[in-house]
Design a protein around this ligand. Structure first.
Ligand code: NAP
Length: 481
């Protein structure tokens, strides 16, 4: 019997109690695992390790490639970045899989509707790339970075997951109607990749409507694939539909490494009290067993969990109230006692191995046949009104191949004026395009333009306006023709 080596991070707050419960159940079920118990989180930050993840833990994960972890805290005053996000990024776990299902014996306003869906969240890109700048003393910017490869990997994984779990429909939730290039890329890649999965119904849905539909009719969804920020919000919503964070497991999947953890945090108010619900971590451990190919053991434990919830004799405080609830230990004992039992009213889905998408190591994601720089956006800090700033910038263009196409303020065209009445802030985007529309704008002209603008104004950001195979690689301002 092959023994699996797994890195075990007990984590902070309720982490050691709930992770300990999952470990006891796996051991009682006879799963052949050797644990490498490692540290990360609050205690590590306090030792002065700024990432919250010590080198021994990173070494262990490099060896085992599989992690079961508890929640990690970033204590106030230590470190700037969360150790969770660090772990996800260090090992490029690009997909966060968050399943929710209705549990027997756990009453919610949705009981009886048969909720059984998975949110597949892109896990490393989007606003979580964490690239932020103060552009003026009063204007902040975060870059929303979305890559074709990032979209393709997570979307393929969502379709593969649907196949592995016998699900028939995948929704892609985006804000492509507003963010045409970033969220729009996810929608376009989804529509392309869907062609390769004719056995699965593919539907795009605008993310705000997705939230609305999830509350109204959640049983219509099977798999929802979405970008990082959307997925963060939607998956907390979906966990609330089935009884709360105590029931929401997750898997962070990468090409090389997978990290299994509950969606919830360290719930400090319950730490050390032996009252937390360990179901979310137990569910994460069940997902880990399937990832390791231990399908029978996964089913054995899932059946025992469902049977325990169905019996309803031993339930934790989040389900029945903390005055009457069983302890974490009693609930875990009840699941162990039920190993070998099957639930009467519910069943375990049948799973096949998940095929991870193959990823090309090439750095260039898309190679266009033609590309051309046709202009430049220069972001300027100024307290002038647009009708002063516009002519002043136009007067700087003598001898340059550029014309001032427009100026926008927070995305709305304000010069030439449109007749609208926006509020202004001291942060203008000034769009310059090639005067005659032909040829290519070279760096020398851009540098000369910046030199001239810099003589009169503070500029803080420059963005080339490019065309790729004839398609504009930038969007228009509100009101720009
Ligand atoms: P949280 O720890 O998830 O707790 C929020 C609430 O959810 C709890 O007060 C409790 O609700 C309920 N809850 C969560 N897990 C539960 C469980 N197993 N059993 C029963 N109830 C449970 O969120 P937070 O208070 O916002 O965050 C606390 C710390 O955890 C923060 O430092 C945060 O950064 C960190 N965090 C870590 C992770 C991670 O490691 N992946 C994720 C999220 C947060 P009631 O109060 O209604 O009883």
């Amino acid at each position: 019997m092959a023994v699996h080596r797994v890195t075990l991070i007990p984590g902070d707050g309720i982490g050691p109690e709930v992770v300990g419960a999952a470990r006891r159940i796996l051991e009682a079920a006879g799963v052949p695992i050797e644990w490498e118990v490692c540290e990360a989180g609050a205690a590590v930050f306090r030792k002065g390790i700024e990432s919250g993840v010590p080198p021994e833990t990173i070494e262990s994960i490099r060896r085992t490639r599989v992690v079961l972890k508890g929640p990690l805290e970033t204590p106030v005053g230590y470190g700037e970045k969360s150790a969770n996000v660090t772990l996800r990024k260090l090992f490029e776990t690009y997909a966060n899989i968050r399943p929710v299902r209705e549990y027997p014996g756990v009453r919610t306003p949705y009981s009886g509707r048969g909720i059984d869906l998975v949110v597949v969240r892109e896990n490393v890109e989007d606003l979580y790339a964490g690239i932020e700048h103060m552009q003026t003393p009063g204007v902040a910017q975060a870059l929303k970075l979305i890559t074709r490869r990032g979209c393709e990997k997570v979307i393929r994984l969502a379709f593969e997951l649907a196949r592995a779990e016998g699900r028939r429909r995948v929704h892609c939730a985006t804000k492509a109607n507003i963010l045409k290039l970033t969220e729009g890329m996810m929608k376009r890649v989804f529509e392309e990749v869907a062609q390769e999965y004719p056995d699965i119904e593919a539907q795009h849905i605008i993310v705000d409507n997705c939230a609305h539909q999830l509350v109204k009719k959640p049983e219509q969804f099977e798999v929802i694939v979405t970008s990082n920020m959307n997925g963060d919000i939607l998956s907390d919503l979906t966990s609330a539909l089935i009884g709360g964070l105590g029931f929401a497991p997750s898997a962070n999947i990468g090409n090389e490494v997978a990290i299994f953890e509950a969606v919830h945090g360290s719930a400090p108010k319950y730490a050390g009290k032996n009252v937390a619900n360990p179901t979310a971590v137990i569910g994460s451990a069940i997902m880990m067993l399937r990832y390791l190919g231990e399908f029978e053991k996964a089913e054995l434990i899932e059946n025992a969990l469902l049977a325990t919830l169905e019996e309803g004799k031993v339930l934790t405080g989040d389900v029945v109230g903390y005055d009457r609830g069983a302890s974490t230990t009693e609930y875990t004992d009840a699941i162990i006692a039920n190993l070998g039992k099957k639930p009467q009213t519910t069943s375990v889905r049948s799973y096949k191995p998940l095929q991870l998408p193959k990823v090309s190591p090439e750095l260039a994601l898309v190679v266009p046949k033609q590309r051309r720089c046709i202009g430049v956006d220069v972001f300027v800090e100024s307290t002038q009104l647009p009708e002063q700033l516009g002519p002043a910038l136009e007067s700087l263009l003598d001898g340059l191949p550029l014309r001032l196409k427009m100026i926008s303020n927070r995305g709305t065209r304000v010069y030439p004026p449109t007749g609208a009445m926006p509020e202004y802030v001291d942060h203008y985007r000034c769009r310059f395009l090639l005067r005659d529309g032909a040829g290519e704008l070279d760096d020398a002209a851009i540098l000369e333009l910046l030199q001239r603008i810099g003589g009169r104004y503070r500029w803080m950001h420059v963005e080339k306006l490019q065309e790729f195979d004839g398609a504009q690689g930038f969007t228009k301002a509100q009101g720009e023709d």
